[in-house]
Design a protein around this ligand. Structure first.
Ligand code: TRP
Ligand code: SF4
Length: 402
């Protein structure tokens, strides 16, 4: 049950552009081939800031899924769903809220930034829901016992909070009468050979803080076939200390790809009008790049330039090989090439990248029911998984009323 699992979400607040593709989706496409993955539209998270105009959320959700599928997210590999269609997320958020110290939420950087930004307006722009944003995100992650969470740098603090909450939950509710005896009995059920390895690894972790031993012991438990869920939770918990491990502490997975900047060299975003959208036509891509700002020093064709001062260079860093980059550097600094010439390889590369995306998108645009069915399926699968965790959580918190 504590197998690897990837979970990530995006707020449906706008159409997707190349920045999203390079910053997140490309990585998701890779991960779906390596691990079981769940990807969802975080519509409740969108409501924490867009509650005054909720109507855009619905169509943005569907558009987002088309973009994801177009980018190569494969519904036979990854589970795609909508957060609000799995209402257990809300239940877990509520249950976590009872033991989440207010200070933990108030010190999250994304929250602190917003408080500072709105200092002049007083605190009335800040809602209860917004303070709870990372708490709800923690519930999103833990309800699937996901251990890998691909996110941007700005979201790492939310994953850290999730880890703290998982630890706190297990500490508070993983205790049970006779835990030691039950754990010892579970160790015996592993069989003599595995039990011996388990004990050695456990001692190594507890006495020397050896994290390699911890990982090995977890993998060992993971591989044992004939154990009940409860016993597995006990064995995981017993490696580290005193109780069952009911919720899992996740790790953030950061993307390594170079960051793609907008047409003006600033962060790419639709509202800044410097973005290339994922389903943009080749003509429009060509026009946008051809009219892009370059190094202002290159007024005339004969003026040499400096690629470091030119946003086109950033695109070459993402799209061009070293040969082309050398050609750019040489040609720009000696005025050997013109800017339009320099831009052409980027135009070609972006259009080549977007071609299969546009083609796949067309198939889903033509048949909206195809997307609806994929998502229905994904919501059902996600509900099943969430239901399993919630059964354990309710039981641990004394809420199962059997
Ligand atoms: N907060 C994330 C963002 O703005 C979206 C999100 C919501 C998320 N829940 C999540 C991401 C759980 C990863 C895991 O991008
Ligand atoms: Fe930018 Fe290329 Fe023109 Fe140099 S030659 S200023 S890198 S577009």
């Amino acid at each position: 049950m504590f197998q690897d699992r990837v979970l990530s979400g995006m707020r449906p607040t706008g159409a997707m552009h190349l920045g999203h593709y390079h910053g997140a989706l490309k990585n998701w496409v890779k991960l779906q081939n390596e691990f079981p993955c769940l990807f969802f539209a975080a519509d409740w998270h969108a409501l924490t800031t867009h509650y005054e105009d909720p109507s855009v959320i619905e169509h943005t959700v569907w558009d987002k899924f088309v973009d994801w599928l177009a980018c190569g997210i494969d519904p036979t590999k990854a589970t795609l769903f909508i957060q609000s269609r799995v209402p257990q997320h809300a239940e877990l958020t509520l249950l976590l809220s009872f033991f989440t110290p207010l200070a933990w939420l108030e010190r999250v950087p994304t929250y602190k930034d917003l408080v500072e930004k709105h200092a002049d307006h007083g605190r009335d722009v800040l809602t209860y829901g917004f303070l709870g944003y990372p708490l709800m995100q923690a519930a999103d992650i833990m309800i699937y016992r996901a251990n890998k969470v691909p996110v941007g740098e700005d979201q790492v603090s939310h994953v850290e909070l999730t880890r703290e909450l998982a630890r706190r939950f297990n500490h508070l509710f993983g205790r049970e009468k006779g835990f030691e005896e039950k754990a010892e009995a579970a160790v015996k059920k592993m069989g003599p050979k595995k039990a011996k390895v388990y004990r050695t690894l456990r001692t190594r972790f507890q006495e020397q803080g050896d994290h390699e031993a911890l990982t090995q012991a977890q993998a060992l438990v993971n591989d044992v076939q004939n154990l009940s869920l409860g016993d597995k939770e006990r064995l995981y918990g017993y490696i580290e200390g005193g109780g069952r491990m009911i919720l899992v502490e996740p790790d953030a997975v950061l993307t390594e790809t170079p960051k793609i900047l907008g047409l003006d060299g600033q962060k790419m975003s639709k509202s800044a009008d410097n973005a290339i959208m994922l389903r943009e036509t080749p003509e429009s891509v060509t026009r946008k790049i051809r009219t892009m700002q370059t190094d202002p020093a290159r007024v005339r064709r004969t003026d040499p330039g400096n690629p470091e001062k030119c946003p086109v260079w950033n695109l070459h860093l993402v799209y061009s090989d070293t040969n082309t980059r050398d050609w750019v550097w040489q040609g720009c600094t000696t005025a050997g090439i013109g800017c339009l010439e320099c831009k052409q390889p980027v135009i070609d590369a972006i259009n080549a990248e977007l071609k299969p995306i546009r083609e796949r998108a067309a198939q889903y645009e033509e048949d909206p029911m195809l997307v609806r069915n994929i998502i229905q399926d994904g919501c059902d699968k996600a509900s099943d998984l969430a239901g399993d965790t919630m059964r354990d959580v309710r039981e641990a918190m004394g809420l199962n009323y059997s």
